[in-house]
Design a protein around this ligand. Structure first.
Ligand code: ADP
Ligand code: MG
Length: 312
């Protein structure tokens, strides 16, 4: 059955430097183009944590040492990351399509995602961005720059910014029109540029919308059938990293809600994926979500691996 699929790419699909990213996206393009080749409509979303962190840090360093370089606000850094990542993705997907003699157009839409200015997240920053640091380095940055720093899922220390919930996508009609006309669209990059609405104005705010939530919201808006979240792990686990770790091939809404309450999924990494998957799967009968790794995407879509979240 031909489906409308929103695919959300995690950080491991992109790497940490332009060279690495350009190389990695060629691999990332393959499972995406497999789906397109099977006749599915594919909409691509992606994260931007390391990239927006790199751009932000680079611009900040330059503004401090080069007189003519202005300070770059965080939403503008997010917009730059959408362009930079979108360029590499559209370049790689176009090439992979042409290698298989497919000619559909591919484009990135710079996407603003509307958030609520009263979202509680603005009082409690939780979203990790940028490089990993040792504890000592992290505490130094906290003291010197006033960054909020936290330990991220056992992998090191990172800066955190607020992560508000997406309410709407400003460019949704453009994305829908392109998708309906057979274009492959890259959208809500990095979760979208967070903006708050004041009358006719959309004003950028320093925050990062979780790309898992933004992808789920976009999937609902586009009336997609399937939300696929591609990350670094093949399946979702309970008791993750413990002796009694158990990998799950299916997850009902009730089970997911119980496991979320029991704290099985790390906030800022697996929790937003499971939450986004549950919200999407519950939003309309027949919708389902899959969480698996980029490497096993093909097998996951064939039902051979991954964790499927659906109403049972
Ligand atoms: P992405 O860049 O794809 O969003 P994240 O690092 O944010 O990736 O989230 C994926 C990571 O979540 C996995 O690599 C794993 O280390 C971590 N994780 C936390 N809890 C779990 C869990 N219960 N099951 C599987 N992975 C988990
Ligand atoms: Mg993540």
């Amino acid at each position: 059955m031909k489906q409308k699929i929103v695919v959300a790419l995690g950080g491991n699909a992109l790497g940490n430097s332009p060279d690495e990213q350009l190389k990695l996206v060629k691999e990332t393009a393959k499972p995406i183009v497999d789906l397109i080749q099977e006749g599915h409509q594919v909409i691509l979303a992606h994260g931007n944590g390391p990239q927006v962190g790199m751009i932000n840090l680079g611009m900040e360093t330059a503004s401090k040492s080069v007189a003519a370089t202005p300070e770059m606000p965080f939403p503008e850094c997010g917009a730059m990351s959408q362009g930079y990542i979108g360029y590499h993705l559209q370049n790689a997907i176009r090439e992979e399509l042409l290698n298989r003699e497919m000619t559909m157009p591919v484009a990135t839409v710079v996407t603003q995602v509307i958030v609520d200015k009263d979202d509680q997240a603005f009082k409690n920053p939780t979203k990790p961005i940028g490089a990993f640091y040792s504890k000592d380095e992290a505490l130094k940055l906290q003291a010197e720059k006033g960054f909020d720093m936290v330990e991220d899922a056992g992998r090191g220390w990172r800066r955190v910014v607020p992560s508000p919930i997406p309410v709407d996508v400003a460019e949704k009609t453009t994305v829908k029109t392109l998708v309906d006309n057979g274009h492959v669209v890259i959208t809500v990059g990095g979760g979208g540029i967070p903006v708050v609405q004041e009358g006719n104005r959309l004003i950028g705010v320093p925050a990062v919308i979780d790309k898992d939530f933004a992808s789920g919201k976009m999937a609902e808006i586009l009336d997609a059938d399937y939300l696929i979240i591609l990350t670094a792990v093949e399946q979702v686990a309970i008791n993750y990293g413990k002796a009694d770790e158990k990998w799950l091939s299916t997850l009902s809404i009730d089970e997911a809600e119980q496991y979320m309450n029991e704290g099985h999924f790390a906030p800022g990494s697996m929790l937003p994926k499971v939450k986004a998957a549950v919200t999407f799967a519950k939003s309309k009968p027949g919708r389902k979500a899959l969480i698996t790794s980029l490497e096993r995407a093909k097998e996951g879509i064939q039902g051979k691996t991954g964790t499927v979240i659906m109403v049972q």
